[in-house]
Every structure is written in C-alpha cells, then in structure tokens.
Ligand binder design. Structure first.
Ligand code: ZN
Ligand code: ZN
Length: 377
C-alpha cells in the first residue's frame, strides 16, 4: 500500500512516508534489506526518490571485506550505512532554500556527483573538489552521505547536483556516474589523432572508456581483456583491435601496430597488478600511462622503466570531476550507450542474488531499482 503513489510527481510527494526500504551495510558480507527512517532534508538539502543505483566494483570489494575499506583502527567505511554512489533519482522533498540552491524543482530527475566536497580544504578551495581531503563519498560514511540503494536518499547542501533531461533512458541515466569517471580517465590520456591507444580492462567502466576514446578518434584503439564476450562488446563500441592475453601475446600485436615502438598511451583499468606490468611493457618511450584501477594488492614493478628506460608520463585518474555534464550530453546525443553494459536489474529485496551476480563474470553492470517489479516512471 505504501507504494501506490511511489512514483507520483510533484503533487503527491512521498513526504508522508516515515520509513523506507533500504539495503544496509553492517559489515563485510553482512548487508541486510531493512526498514529504516525515511531521511528528512535540512536547509539547502533535498530528498530524492531513487530511480536506480548501480553496483560498483568498489561496492563488491567493500562487501567482500577488502582491507582498503575495513582495514586499520579507523576504517574508511562507517557502518551501518546504506551503500551506493551510482544513483539517480527524482526530487521528492526540498528543504528551505534548496530549490534555488540546487536549481531544481519537485519531480525533476537529478543526479549528485559521488563525492560530497567539504568546501573548506585546500583542494576544494582551489577547484580540485574531487581530491577533497575529507573525502566523503555517498554510501560509505553514514553521518554525511548515505547511499542510493534505498527508496529515498538525502542530498547534502555541498553535493554537486545535475539535472538529467527526459530523453535519456533509465539504464543510460544509471551509468552517468561511471561514465563521468571514464571521460575523466580518457581526458587524462590526452588522446591525439595519431595515437595508438591501449585500454586494458573491459569491465563496465573500461567499456565506457572505449566508447569515449572512440569519440577522440585515435589512429588505433586496442582493448585487452580476458573475457571473450567483453572483447566482442569492445569491438562493437569501436575497438580496432582486441587482444585476449589468455590466447595471444599482446606485445607482438602492439609492436606490429607501432613500427616496433609501443603504444603512445596506455589506460590501466584491469584492477590487477599484472595490468600495470603489461602496460610498462607495451608503452613506448615518453608515453602516457594512465592509472584508473583500485587494486586488491600492491603492484610490484621495475620503476627504472618509468625513469631510466622510457621517461614515462604516469598520470592517475580519480572520480569524474567536471565530467557529469559531459556524460549527460553524450548520452543525450546518443554517442555513448548503456546497451550491452547494463545486464541485470534487481529490486532491493533481491540484494543477495544481485551482489552474487555483480561479483561474478556473469554480469557487466548490475542495477538496484527500488521500484523493480512495479510500474516505472
Ligand atoms: Zn563506482
Ligand atoms: Zn574538501
């Protein structure tokens, strides 16, 4: 009964609701579907009704208990917390001044960037908000920013909010966050028209990087992955050459494409230390090495390759700063798609199945949809 008007727009907001369904992370492999309080907006804050929320590789690593989230005396994850940073939703309740502050109206479809900047540290103050020293990311620290795997979610005042135009499909809207990360990473590679670019790792974000890199029109776009279906998709998205290192050696192929020099730029998106080593082999002298992955274990490599042998330009890439409007525009223009990338959609109650599938190679991108099984807007 509570769901009868769940997707009603401005006239009938869900403000009357006092509770909501949510996935709550209590600890590694201890995520439960629960009834919790529906959040309330403070001044210059708003509540959105969640349309969908993607399960990120980082959510899988957090669920599995990776040390980067749970390690040390003061773990980065502050449980219990509602997970999820790949969400979008509909404005459902506006706190005092929030409409003007965010530039939104009731019922608008919106997204907030995954980081909630503090607006006080040296990075925030110098426009480098994605490196915010406090670094609150939605879905990991409950005090500031609970996540999007729930029916509703509170958007704090310092969140960076963007409106999503009507023409964008639900699946496309759900990939705006990872697509922004993909755009930032490809921008970091500084792709030139005569570049041979190698993207290693064709997971969901790798496959979005392929689509974005194609738009930059490099001379040759090479994609490396060990899953044949993902390589097939990479080809569909514009890769000129795909390599499965289980079946063939990458170096002779890249060498053959570059007169024996190696690739001009290498984007590392495998999440595996072997992807780093492979990159140092495939890249030419003075090349650009872009690191996007989060690793479960340290990557051990010969650093003399970076200095003495190749004088490489090593660049990190983190989050999707200033790239959300670009992601929204590319999706609106049909230049990037979620088709083939979003493979599974689950209601909140199906969490156990969803995380199992997300954590396997049976899926590419898994979405949690509070209204799954009911009529969608
Ligand atoms: Zn993510
Ligand atoms: Zn900050």
């Amino acid at each position: 009964m509570a769901f009868t008007h769940a997707h009603a727009r401005a006239e009938t907001s869900s403000r009357a609701r006092t509770t909501m369904r949510a996935i709550v992370c209590h600890g590694p492999e201890d995520y439960r579907v629960e009834d919790v309080s529906r959040p309330r907006p403070g001044d210059r804050e708003m509540i959105i009704r969640i349309g969908a929320c993607g399960v990120c590789a980082s959510d899988c690593k957090c669920w599995s208990g990776a040390k980067m989230f749970w390690g040390g005396e003061n773990p980065w994850v502050k449980a219990p917390v509602v997970p999820g940073h790949e969400f979008f939703g509909y404005v459902d309740e506006l706190g005092a001044g929030a409409a003007e502050h965010f530039g939104v109206a009731m019922g608008d479809r919106v997204i907030a960037e995954q980081i909630v900047p503090c607006e006080r540290c040296r990075y925030c103050r110098s426009g480098h908000y994605w490196m915010c020293e406090v670094h609150n990311i939605f879905g990991f620290q409950r005090e500031v920013a609970e996540g999007g795997m729930a029916e509703f979610m509170r958007i704090p005042a310092t969140a960076r909010v963007h409106r999503i135009p009507d023409g964008i499909s639900l699946d496309d809207a759900a990939i705006i966050e990872p697509l922004a990360c993909a755009i930032h990473t490809v921008n970091r590679a500084d792709v030139q028209l005569d570049d041979v670019l190698v993207i290693a790792g064709a997971g969901p974000i790798g496959l979005m990087m392929v689509q974005v890199a194609r738009l930059k029109t490099p001379k040759k776009l090479v994609v490396i992955d060990m899953v044949p279906e993902r390589l097939e998709l990479a080809r569909r998205f514009g890769a000129d050459v795909v390599i499965n290192p289980r079946e063939e050696d990458a170096w002779p192929i890249v060498s053959g494409l570059t007169g024996g020099y190696g690739c001009d730029a290498y984007i590392e998106a495998t999440g595996s230390p072997s992807g780093v080593e492979q990159g140092l082999t495939l890249i030419r002298k003075l090349g650009r090495f872009v690191e996007f992955s989060v690793f479960g274990a340290p990557a051990t490599v010969d650093w003399s390759i970076i200095g003495d042998r190749k004088e490489l330009d090593v660049r990190g890439a983190h989050l999707g700063p200033y790239c959300y409007p670009i992601a929204i525009d590319l999706l609106a223009r049909g230049l990037v798609t979620s088709q083939g990338i979003v493979t599974h959609r689950y209601g909140l109650e199906a969490w156990d199945e969803a995380i199992r599938v997300a954590n396997s190679l049976d899926s590419i991108k898994v979405l949690m949809q509070p209204e799954n099984g009911r009529t969608l807007p």
